[in-house]
Design a protein around this ligand. Structure first.
Ligand code: GLN
Length: 303
């Protein structure tokens, strides 16, 4: 059934005259071919279905904020919420205004300020932060080859002025313990992780499987932590478009400015889509449409 639905989605989306543009504030991302499009859905039993450019790797960008938070939540449990909140921001992902008004406390872990605070916590908690974080991502992806793209990393490091502004603002409120460039370096490497849609949908299966890695059954997050993280994705995963995504798609998920979106149906499947053309809120235009069609055609969402 899923393959038939994905084929229909592919045909419908290909016929659309799609507006949108690549994220050009990270120059390396603006070079990605705008016509790329892929969808991959993996069921909990491991069966997968895909259409389009499913073997191309793309920059996960903010989608990896979910992985960094997963590790921090695992290490600190509820104490992580002394560092980041759980409220939707209703603001763009890199906005400074709210952070100033709220004394440097990020609203949630899925906006840039929140992920920077999580990276600061990881540097404190881990013996070898970069190695341990990447080992963790490889573990949940069940794939030893996952890494970051050097060019994208360098591109972000050179042009990441807003992220520098965010972390210095937090530091001025005493909210960042470590050296700001050290935290930014981990954040930029995290943002530059690449995967295919196939790999990404498999990595998100753990959130559809009550926190357990499919296959090995290893519990990465408790059932309750997973429920809460899915709630954070639902309310905060698309920044100031989280309401629209919930309204149109009805699944917890996370987007990135590389044009990817990962989403999941608890107990059923995880799905990843990729198309680099973004709307003004920084979310993939075709990606949103594809997921809207998926939950419309299957007739299932979490609501
Ligand atoms: N690396 C990007 C940034 O820091 C991530 C933003 C995103 O994907 N929304 O600006």
């Amino acid at each position: 059934m899923y393959q038939k639905i994905l084929n229909e989605i592919f045909d419908e989306i290909n016929g659309l005259d799609c507006q949108g543009k690549q994220a050009d504030y990270i120059p390396e991302l603006a070079k990605v071919s705008p016509g790329k499009f892929a969808v991959y859905l993996t069921e909990l039993n491991g069966k997968g279905y895909g259409v389009g450019d499913i073997d191309d790797k793309f920059s996960l960008q903010s989608i990896t904020k979910v992985f960094a938070f997963t590790l921090a939540y695992r290490l600190l449990d509820d104490n992580i919420f002394h560092h980041v909140g759980v409220e939707p921001s209703g603001d763009p992902f890199n906005s400074l205004i709210q952070l100033e008004q709220e004394h440097g406390m990020p609203r949630n872990p899925l906006i840039n300020a929140g992920a920077l605070a999580v990276c600061d916590v990881l540097i404190d908690e881990l013996d070898n932060p970069e190695k341990d974080l990447f080992d963790f991502i490889r573990k949940i992806a069940q794939n030893d080859t996952v890494t970051y793209n050097q060019k994208v990393y360098q591109s972000e490091k050179t042009t990441g002025h807003r992220n520098r502004a965010l972390i210095h603002l937090m530091k001025s409120f005493g909210r960042i313990k470590n050296d700001t460039e050290k935290v930014l370096d981990l954040y930029f490497k995290l943002s530059s992780v690449e995967m295919t849609v196939k790999e990404l949908s498999r990595t998100f299966l753990l959130y559809a499987n009550h926190g357990k890695l499919p296959g090995t059954g290893e519990q990465i997050l408790s059932k309750s932590q997973t429920k809460r993280l899915n709630a954070i994705m639902q309310t905060c995963g698309f920044y100031d478009e989280a309401g629209e995504f919930t309204f149109r798609v009805g699944l917890p998920g996370k987007s990135g400015v590389g044009g990817g979106i990962a989403a999941l149906h608890p107990g059923e499947y995880a799905v990843a889509v990729w198309s680099p053309l973004l709307n003004p809120k920084g979310n993939s235009v075709k990606g949103l449409k594809a997921l809207e069609l998926l939950t419309t055609k299957t007739g299932w969402s979490i609501f």
